[in-house]
Design a protein around this ligand. Structure first.
Ligand SMILES: [Cu+2]
Length: 133
């Protein structure tokens, strides 16, 4: 069977068009996963007892448009918070609880990661830094 040239050109154009349309959708977008551990620290400094809660890592970096996943584990003996106001995130984690928190598409800027349950002087803050491409 012989296929006429105009039909071949049309099929090729259709294939290109479909490829051009489907390529960006099929291309995997960047995703970054941060595994964050919350810990309570106690110390005595100059005879004064003090405590602190840290998130390790405290900071996260991504590029605009990426999907950012935080897998947060609370190893503190009390409930802890994980909040990022700009993305409407405000999660409470019970002791030994792990939560997966997803931001589908981050935008450029610097956003504070903090605990909404405790003073920032005790539960130390971090930054989600999103760079533009
Ligand atoms: Cu806290």
């Amino acid at each position: 069977m012989r296929i006429r040239r105009p039909v071949l050109v049309l099929l090729a154009a259709l294939a290109l068009l479909l490829g051009a349309i489907s390529l960006p959708l099929a291309a995997p977008r960047g995703e970054r996963t941060y595994r964050v551990t919350m810990k309570l620290w106690k110390a005595t400094v100059e005879g004064v007892s003090t405590l602190a809660v840290t998130n390790d890592p405290a900071d996260a970096i991504a590029y605009a448009g990426e999907r950012v996943v935080f897998v947060v584990r609370n190893q503190s003996p009390i409930p802890e918070g994980f909040a990022i106001d700009a993305y409407g995130i405000r999660e409470t984690l019970q002791p030994n609880e792990t939560k997966r928190i997803v931001i589908p598409r981050v935008r450029a800027g610097a956003f504070t990661i903090y605990c909404h349950l405790h003073p920032w002087s005790v539960h130390q803050t971090g930054t989600l830094l999103v760079l533009s491409r």
